[in-house]
Design a protein around this ligand. Structure first.
Ligand code: GRG
Length: 278
């Protein structure tokens, strides 16, 4: 990620009280920034400057960061390590972690509302982000995930549906937002399809990494095995998972090639995702 976007991220929340410190602690931690990268690559491929996308990319990263803080809480995965650092509730306390997550989510929408985008773009961006993050998006995925914990027979389709909502929708959001910012909303259907593929591929790969990578490499707690969660890895094994996620990433890249706009940098990011080790 370019130094300047990182610097910009660090300037958004002015530190005053404890919750601001916790927000910045989580937001400026070394995440992979995949969602901002996808958005910034898309708009640059369409001839816009990266800076044009910063506010929206930061808003998405804030929503993603909030979801990680809350996902790590004792009531959820109860994890100790995230982005190579103690989780927010371990570094601060549980109440502060809940507040920091809530505040990052709301701040994301403040950032869009106060941004330099046109009023029409703002409304479209808010609509995409609220749908992708909300009760018909990421939160729905988390709810399905909790429901699966008590189920005996879990099929691939159940996991795929849950992951589509939990991880896929927020990975699709940067592409949908970039389409708004570059005036390519006519590509929504194709983008939804591409997002679905990379979201599922990313999550299947995450399940593999949970078993094949170390906490140190991943920078986060490896808790699926600890929590005895059924994952793609349990059902399909290493080879089955690797075949499927590689096929999904490749298929997404072919879909991008069929679009009427050239998205070479986006394709490169998807290739990097395919080869990631964390
Ligand atoms: C409201 C208490 C409460 C909880 C909600 C919203 C939520 C909990 C959970 C969202 C689901 C979630 C955290 C999905 C994980 C998706 C995922 C694979 C995250 C890891 O993404 P990376 O690898 O992380 O891009 P970095 O740290 O690199 O940004």
């Amino acid at each position: 990620m370019s130094g300047s976007f990182e610097e910009y991220l660090g300037t958004i929340i002015r530190e005053d009280i404890q919750v601001d410190k916790a927000m910045n602690y989580a937001l400026t931690a070394p995440g992979k920034r995949l969602r901002p990268l996808l958005l910034l690559a898309f708009i640059q491929d369409c001839g816009f400057s990266a800076e044009h996308g910063w506010q929206c990319a930061a808003a998405i990263e804030m929503i993603h960061t909030y979801s990680l803080i809350h996902d790590d809480l004792p009531a959820m995965d109860n994890d100790d390590l995230r982005r190579g650092r103690p989780t927010v509730h371990r570094q601060f306390d549980e109440a502060t972690a809940i507040l920091a997550g809530d505040a990052l989510l709301t701040k994301a929408f403040e950032l869009i509302a106060d941004s330099k985008y046109t009023d029409e773009e703002k409304v479209q961006l808010v609509s995409i982000l609220s749908k992708c993050a909300g009760h018909q998006g990421m939160i729905k995925g988390q709810d399905l995930d909790l429901a699966l914990l008590t189920r005996e027979n879990i099929e691939i389709d159940d996991l795929s549906m849950m992951e589509y909502y939990k991880t896929g929708m927020l990975l699709t959001a940067p592409l949908l937002c970039a389409a708004v910012l570059t005036k390519h909303t006519e590509l929504e259907t194709q983008i939804l399809d591409i997002g679905k593929k990379i979201g599922l591929a990313f999550q299947i790969q995450d399940d593999v990494l949970d078993y094949t990578s170390s906490e140190q490499e991943m920078g986060k707690s490896i808790s699926d095995a600890k929590n005895q969660k059924i994952t793609f890895y349990n059902i399909l094994g290493l080879k089955g998972c690797t075949d499927i996620y590689t096929r999904l990433y490749n298929s997404a890249i072919r879909d991008i090639d069929l679009l009427p706009i050239g998205l070479n940098s986006v394709k490169k990011i998807i290739l990097d995702m395919r080869n990631r080790r964390r």
